[in-house]
Design a binder for this molecule. Structure first.
Ligand SMILES: Nc1ncnc2c1ncn2[C@@H]1O[C@H](COP(=O)(O)OP(=O)(O)OP(=O)(O)O)[C@@H](O)[C@H]1O
Ligand SMILES: [Mg+2]
Length: 350
């Protein structure tokens, strides 16, 4: 499912040709074993990520969208080596992550961080925010003395819009939005260059979402951060991202500059997702007629051999070829990749 040339030109179209990408993901795969029988042997595999390729240049944000279970989090975690990929390569700043020794992996973990959807679940309820952040600094050998580390803790809290008085408070003493700010401060503690934001605002009220999104954007501008931004909400992704990749059943089925993807979706799945998304900005273009997808997402255990979207595809021109042949992710327009053999479906106005 890779078209290395296509991916290359997609990135070139976004201006990455003049510099090496910070992140270069090549044909990434993660298959989880499925255990069965009384002996609990591995009987099958879940193809959670099945050949994902993209590049990210420094300071860029790639949005990653798709239905629940399509492999977004697994992609992020496999890139960060929080889980071991089954196949493919991930180059970070030109270095193959598979070849890193322990010390080098430790250094990589300072350069690449993750912010989770549920900060409460990932914060130790028995530690104050100050001691938790100081611990992160200590583990990574940052700050010579306790006084240095406390000064840095105060700095981190202020960076994310909290106050030094919050240092001695426990996670349950914060609101959801404030807890997510703490999750962001924890990621920033090690001065990373790249952050996987895995649905960082999905659990928050809409009014709070905007504040956290704006914080992430301000931090990106001030610190030159590079983001892989995972989300369900297409409006949030459009606002945050330079480019957007749409995932379906472990594969990227469409990738383009954010505005281009939202204006001219080429894959019927993207069109269906967009038609179901609430419009926050009426100036963004015509309201799309709702496309209802029939059927369920096929199982990632034995995915279909042809187009993974065939069974649910509403394209009037879908045919036997779609059922048999897996479409390649190829360039349909400059820097716009899609994995569909058919012409885009006609656009429909209101
Ligand atoms: N540790 C695991 N063991 C077995 N299967 C797993 C594991 N983690 C994820 N999966 C499976 O891999 C597939 C992709 O899961 P993943 O969490 O990456 O999806 P997602 O796109 O992030 O979904 P969501 O939007 O719900 O967060 C799913 O079918 C899931 O059940
Ligand atoms: Mg997820």
């Amino acid at each position: 499912m890779i078209s290395p040339d296509g991916v290359e030109s997609a990135v070139d179209g976004n201006g990455a040709s003049d510099s090496e990408p910070l992140l270069d993901v090549q044909d990434l795969k993660k298959y989880f074993p499925v255990h069965g029988g009384i002996l609990g042997r591995s009987v099958d595999q879940v193809r959670a990520v099945d050949g994902v390729s993209f590049r990210l240049k420094r300071g860029e944000t790639l949005g990653l969208v798709g239905e629940s279970g399509c492999g977004k989090s697994t992609t992020g975690r496999a890139i960060l080596r929080l889980i071991e990929p089954t196949g493919g390569r991930v180059l970070f700043d030109g270095q193959d992550l598979k070849e890193l020794d322990r010390a080098q992996l430790g250094a990589f973990r300072r350069r690449a961080q993750i912010v989770f959807q549920d900060p409460y679940g990932s914060l130790n309820p028995r530690m104050t925010v100050g001691s938790m952040l100081a611990e992160v600094l200590k583990v990574h050998g940052l700050g010579e003395t306790g006084v240095d580390r406390l000064a840095r803790v105060h700095e981190l809290l202020e960076m994310v819009g909290l106050h030094t008085e919050h240092t001695g408070r426990f996670p349950h003493e914060f609101s959801g939005g404030q807890r997510q700010r703490i999750g962001i401060a924890r990621a920033l503690a090690v001065e990373p260059e790249f952050i996987v934001c895995d649905e960082p605002v999905s659990a928050l009220d809409v009014s709070v979402q905007a504040q956290v999104i704006n914080l992430l954007r301000d931090l990106q501008r001030d610190l030159g951060l590079t983001y892989l931004f995972i989300a369900h909400d297409l409006a949030v992704v459009e606002y945050m991202s330079d480019r957007v990749a749409v995932m379906y059943l472990g594969k990227i089925v469409e990738m383009a500059a954010a505005q281009e993807l939202y204006k001219n979706p080429r894959h019927p799945y993207t069109r269906a997702l967009l038609s179901a998304a609430p419009r926050r900005d009426p100036r963004a273009g015509p309201v799309r007629k709702r496309i209802r997808l029939s059927g369920d997402v096929p199982s990632p255990i034995r995915p279909p051999s042809g187009c993974p979207f065939y069974a649910r595809c509403p394209h009037p021109g879908k045919d036997e070829e779609c059922r048999r042949l897996a479409p390649l992710l190829v360039e349909k327009a400059p820097s716009h990749l899609a994995a569909c053999c058919k012409d885009p479906m006609p656009t429909d106005g209101a």
